[in-house]
Each structure stands twice: as C-alpha cells, then as structure tokens.
Design a protein around this ligand. Structure first.
Ligand SMILES: NC(=O)c1ccc[n+]([C@@H]2O[C@H](COP(=O)([O-])OP(=O)(O)OC[C@H]3O[C@@H](n4cnc5c(N)ncnc54)[C@H](OP(=O)(O)O)[C@@H]3O)[C@@H](O)[C@H]2O)c1
Length: 236
C-alpha cells in the first residue's frame, strides 16, 4: 500500500489532459494540490472531483499573467511551501499549424510566452516557496528536439523550455530540475495538432503519469527524461 503523502504540488494546466491525470494520481496518494487553468468552469469541475481525494486549491488564470502568478505564489506560501512545481500548461498555436515561412509572428510570440517564458516566470515567482529537495518538472515534447515539418512554432517554444531547464539545472545544483517528454497522448492539444484525424490509437495521458511520479518521488538526477521510457527502464 502506498503511504499517504503530506506533500504539496503546484500543477499548471490541470483542468484536463496530462495535468488532470497527474493531479488525480497525486491527490489519490494524499498530495495537497494547487492547480490552475484559464477556463474557470473546467477547472472548478476538476477541483470538485479532486477535493474528494485531497486538499485542493484552484486558481483560475493565465500563466502569462504576472498577477495570476503572484496569486499562485501566495497560495503556495499559505500551503506551507511546495514539494513540486509542474509546469504543464501549454498551447499548440494555430490548428492546423502553419509552416514557419507563413507563421503569424504575433501568434508565435503568444506561443513562446505561454510555453517558454511563463514556466520560467513561475519558477522565479515561487522560488522562495520551494522546500529543500523540491522538484521542478517542466513538460516539454519530442517536437522540442526533432525538426518535424509544421511544428516550428510549438517545437521551437519547447526547445527554448528544454534549454531554459538545462541551464537552470546547471546554475542551481541545489534544485532538482527535470524536463520531460510525456510522449504522444490522446488529449485536446493532440487533436488540435491533427485536426480531423482519428487519434484514438494514441495512449491516454494516464500512461505517462507513472513516469512523472517517478521523477516527483524517486531519486533520479536532474535532467531530460521521456516519461514512458522511464517506466520501461524501471520495469527492467
Ligand atoms: N498531447 C500530446 O500528445 C503531447 C505530446 C508532447 C508533449 N505534450 C505536452 O504535455 C503537456 C500537457 O498537454 P495536454 O495534451 O494535456 O494539453 P491539453 O489537453 O490542451 O491541456 C492543457 C492544459 O493547460 C491549460 N492551459 C493552456 N494554456 C494555459 C495558460 N496560458 N494558462 C494556464 N493554463 C493554461 C488548459 O486549460 P485552459 O485552456 O482552460 O487554460 C489545460 O488545462 C503540455 O505541456 C504539452 O505541450 C503533449
């Protein structure tokens, strides 16, 4: 039986998809949660569900908004600090995704703001709320390292997040920084990436959660991981 935890995690973008799947798992193991998303209605539905399992505070807002990040920081302080910050919230950009020569630059800026700058801004905002040994988990993508055609906007934003994570780790050996590719998952974002296609063969986000849990609760060194490969490695 898993021992119930008294740990606290801040998970961004936890109203659906991978964020919600991870929140469900952590709540089931007794973690207290601080969650956000822009859509207040879906976030409240997630909060109500998770509150049956554990203590949950939901703050609707946009991670690119400084005032929202301050509200998350205050809530983290009131919760007694954080054992984990999971930067999961992300946007794809236009659907279908344009090629780079046609990519609208104002949209590219927005994609960068959400996917690369906001995660760093949130780490900066909550840095004093990170307990000793706290984990920072930045959710990236294979599109951040592979030059897939049509993935130039989202992919380069995730490449920036990968390198921000790597340098943050190098500059702060006392912080445990992980950046992790969850793999393809059957979610709203994935459907937006493949409009009109049947994505029912993609694994559900729940299949990437055990790998994330290993990073949050195990003793792996900081660095880049693939969530589902991590699970296979552990099984031997
Ligand atoms: N799905 C895949 O195949 C795949 C593959 C590789 C990597 N990833 C990564 O995995 C993570 C989770 O993706 P997913 O597929 O679960 O996406 P998803 O289903 O679209 O969920 C994204 C979550 O983030 C929230 N969000 C988006 N923008 C936000 C903002 N500016 N501020 C606050 N919350 C925001 C969304 O709620 P609101 O829209 O209401 O704000 C939602 O709760 C992302 O980092 C994604 O890049 C996904």
């Amino acid at each position: 039986m898993t021992e119930r935890s008294s740990r606290t995690a801040l998970i961004t973008g936890a109203s659906r998809g991978l964020g919600l799947a991870l929140a469900r798992r952590l709540a089931g193991e007794g973690w207290s949660l601080l969650i956000d998303a822009r859509g207040a209605e879906a976030l409240e539905a997630a909060r109500a569900e998770l509150a049956k399992l554990s203590r949950v505070i939901a703050i609707p807002g946009d991670v690119t908004d400084e005032e929202h990040r301050r509200a998350l920081e205050r809530a983290a302080h009131e919760a007694g600090g954080l054992d984990a910050l999971v930067n999961n919230a992300s946007i794809l950009g236009p659907s279908p995704q344009p090629q780079l020569l046609d990519y609208p630059l104002d949209t590219l800026e927005e994609v960068y703001r959400v996917n690369a700058i906001a995660p760093l801004a949130l780490i900066q905002a909550v840095r004093r709320q990170l307990k000793p040994g706290a984990r920072i988990l930045n959710v990236t993508s294979d599109a951040g390292v592979e030059p897939y055609e049509g993935w130039g906007g989202y992919g380069s934003s995730k490449a920036a997040l990968e390198q921000l994570s790597a340098i943050l780790a190098a500059e702060n050996p006392s912080l445990r920084v992980y950046w992790v590719d969850p793999g393809d998952m059957r979610t709203q974002m994935h459907q937006e990436a493949f409009p009109g296609e049947d994505i029912s063969d993609r694994p559900l986000p729940e299949e990437s959660v055990p790998g994330l849990l290993e990073l949050l609760t195990g003793d792996l060194p900081g660095g880049r991981y693939e969530a589902r490969a991590l699970l296979r490695t552990n099984k031997g």
